[in-house]
Design a protein around this ligand. Structure first.
Ligand code: T1G
Length: 693
């Protein structure tokens, strides 16, 4: 029986009849976002089904890569266009004929809410289901917080709504969200399913289900969930709103619950966090785009990767490629170091398996792709070689010299340096166009950020390849120009300099760190120094004491690894203020004739965060970053800047650039000689402009 095409339409929604089943099809690339035209099209299509007595059931499906991936985020903040998504979902649920959702790809947010409005849901096994609104500073606003717990239970709904992490189709089936898993031709299966259920009455409406609520509703469930996630949700507004909304499902009938949901949704939508997180959604996607790349640039194939150095960074870097199914040859100077490095990689994999993140088979599969060797020549047939050796220019040049002699033509030669000059490294060999920086962040197998450093001679296809392979190994690659510390570490320097000066002037490590932690950072400058190692970059001469860091290192206070740094640490690595350090600071201040005084939180913010913004502006005006939002992506993914503040540049815009300039002017005298104003910051503040919009 052939499908009868209905009238051609410019709407992204089309319909066709298969027997007595009306198939409603969405074609709104790239992700079938539920924009105004899609919403109207769905309402019109349901009306068409209702009006056609020859139709006894309906299927809703999507063309392209995915089922509806949610509301159209580009419409947020603009005047709303009817019909509203909640009423579209109600229209579907109140259809007098059974509606079956046919799910593939990612049914997310409003997309899952549309599916919950349908009477039945079938999916292919690879499908994912989620309510990621919380990652946009929101909550499901089209009935999801009331329908999801009624179908999948309270615990599942809490987990999905408050974390925003998707679940797999099998998990969806197990919790009752999916009625059938199907392989093969999805729409055919959906039509067959619709035929099966076309006569069943009453129609199963999610909003009317009560049984799952009765099973799990108890205040303890919510309190336990809050407690278990307190650390993860710290500083965010949306997770608590999600918990509250799902809890309402236990306390009120559906019709009242959705009113509460709407109220909570609108409160979040009008807040700064939602704006920051929605800004960041697009910032992350923009970061992938390379300005000025010649159109016809093609990436180079990367089928085999080489890594030089099996230390913590080399091992972590290698794991990313192994986990992506790309074979890695890892080279070390000595067998002991090689065994230690590969042993640590296996240990890290097994730790992930122990947490259920990987299967034992996946661990073995990844480790089978690893070829450890002491033979540098083994890198000769690698397409991409990443150097992760000791952070010293001479050592780097020596390694690149050897690579220049053995690497095959067209191989990409990358350095994991976090500070050194990529142009200087490139200039030391015969193929500077093949050189690029790939700056991973520690632990390299965990941290998502990858600074891809474009040298003056880096060829366009080399840059493109590094960006694409970065995405392939599930990193967030950001283009950075060559300067000391690239984007992230360069902005870290003024913060560390001012934080240390503030210690001499009267602040304490715990005071400065508390201001940063309350601001939303995972830790402050001194906790970070103790974690990374106070001795990083230390000249190793205990008799040469030029600053507080030297003084600490000279007495073996190298940080957590030594049980003492700026803080003292107990056996559980819990920090406590150190009278020894306080004495060292006061002695230093005296020796340097620094008058100590009371330091306010405001001054700490102005001297440690406003200075970062100023440095970010310099990075922009020098073209080291392509755009302000890239700087924000670097700081959110590389340094734990709270995403609900958007990133340093977005945050500066919310504070107001003239406020930032005024604050810096207030502190300028104390920040000399290191501090100087960015011209771009002064100009924009003067004109009332912003960095990020
Ligand atoms: N709205 C508008 N544009 C979107 C979009 C959306 N929901 N999702 C993706 N795009 C754009 C994106 O900007 C990019 O554009 C292109 O599509 C490809 O995306 C009432 C309020 C679906 C898993 O949060 O998680 O529903 O850069 O590069 O890696 O309760 O996109 O090419 O110009 O990410 O294959 C809830 C968001 C909305 C899902 C695909 N939904 N999207 O990943 O491609 S709020 C979401 C994603 C809501 C209701 C509430 C991912 C993806 P460009 P991409 P991908």
């Amino acid at each position: 029986m052939e499908d009868v095409m209905d009238k051609p339409t410019t709407s992204p929604i089309s319909t066709r009849k298969h027997g007595d089943v009306l198939i409603i099809l969405s074609n709104n690339p790239p992700v079938n976002a539920l924009g105004a035209a899609v919403r109207q099209g769905l309402v019109d299509a349901i009306a068409e089904a209702e009006a056609d007595s020859g139709v006894h059931a309906v299927v809703i499906a999507c063309e392209g890569q995915t089922f509806f991936a949610g509301a159209d985020i580009t419409e947020f903040g603009k005047p709303p266009v009817m019909p509203w998504l909640p009423s579209v979902v109600d229209t579907i649920e109140n259809c007098s004929k059974p509606v079956v959702a046919a799910i593939h790809g990612t049914a997310l947010g409003g997309g899952l809410e549309v599916a919950l409005g349908c009477h039945y849901r079938i999916a292919v096994p690879s499908a994912k289901l989620g309510t990621p609104e919380v990652k946009l500073g929101l909550l499901p606003g089209a009935g999801g917080t009331q329908r999801l717990p009624r179908i999948a239970g309270i615990k599942k709904a809490l987990e999905m709504c408050a974390t925003g992490n998707p679940i797999g189709a099998q998990d969806g089936f197990d919790c009752g969200l999916i009625d059938r898993l199907v392989d093969g031709e999805l729409i055919q299966h959906a039509v067959a399913y619709a035929e099966e259920v076309r006569g069943i009455r009453p129609l199963p409406k999610s909003s009317e289900r009560q049984d799952r609520l009765d099973e799990e509703c108890s205040p303890a469930v919510f309190d336990e969930f809050r407690k278990a996630n307190a650390r993860k949700f710290r500083g965010f507004d949306a997770p608590e709103a999600c918990i509250r909304a799902v809890q309402v499902a236990c306390e009120k009938p559906y019709a009242e619950g959705v009113i509460e949901e709407r109220k909570l949704f609108m409160e979040l939508m009008s807040g700064t966090q939602a704006r920051a997180q929605q800004y960041f959604f697009f910032a992350e996607r923009k970061a992938n785009k390379i300005e000025g790349l010649p159109e016809n640039t093609e990436p180079r194939p990367v089928r085999k990767v080489g890594v030089i150095g099996a230390g913590t960074m080399g091992g972590g870097i290698s794991m990313n490629f192994l986990s992506a199914g790309i074979p890695v040859t890892i080279v070390e100077m000595g067998s002991e170091a090689l065994e230690r490095g590969t042993g640590l990689m296996r240990k890290n994999y097994e730790a992930s398996a122990a947490k259920g993140k990987l299967t034992a088979e996946q661990v073995e599969k990844a480790m089978r792709l690893l070829s450890p060797t002491l033979d540098f020549q083994a890198l000769a047939d690698c397409d991409l070689i990443i150097e992760a050796v000791y952070e010293n220019m001479d050592v780097k040049k020596e390694v690149f010299g050897k690579l220049d002699r053995i690497a095959k033509p067209g191989a990409i030669l990358a350095s994991n340096t976090s500070y050194l000059n990529i142009n200087e490294i490139a200039a030391s060999i015969s193929r500077p166009g093949d050189v690029v920086g790939m700056h991973f962040f520690s632990p390299a197998n965990v941290m998502k950020l990858l600074e891809v450093v474009r040298g003056d001679k880096t060829a366009p296809d080399v840059l493109l390849t590094a960006m694409q392979i970065g995405k392939k190994i599930r990193k967030v690659p950001v283009v950075a120009g060559v300067c000391h510390g690239f984007i992230g570490n360069r902005m870290l320097m003024p913060r560390q300099i001012e934080a240390t000066k503030l210690l001499l002037e009267g602040a304490t490590p715990e005071q400065i760190d508390r201001v940063h932690v309350e601001f939303g950072m995972p830790m402050g400058p001194f906790q970070m120094a103790d974690l990374a190692g106070v001795d990083i970059g230390w000249h190793r001469d205990p008799n040469r004491i030029e600053n507080i860091r030297d003084a600490l290192c000279a007495i073996d206070r190298w940080g957590q690894k030594k049980g003492a740094g700026f803080y003292d640490y107990d056996e559980k690595r819990r920090p406590s203020p150190s009278p020894v350090v306080q004495q060292i600071i006061e002695d230093f201040a005296k020796k340097q004739g620094v008058e100590r005084r009371v330091i306010t939180e405001e001054e700490i913010i102005e001297r440690t965060l406003y200075t970062m913004v100023n440095e970010g502006a310099k990075i922009l005006e020098e073209g080291i970053a392509q755009r302000a939002s890239d700087i924000d992506v670097v700081w959110v993914y590389g340094y734990g800047w709270p995403v609900y503040r958007g990133g340093p540049m977005f945050w500066a815009d919310t504070v107001g650039l003239s406020m930032i300039v005024d604050g810096l002017k207030r502190q300028e005298a104390r920040m000399k000689p290191e501090f100087s104003f960015s011209k771009l910051l002064l100009e924009k503040a003067d004109k009332g402009e912003k960095f990020t919009r």
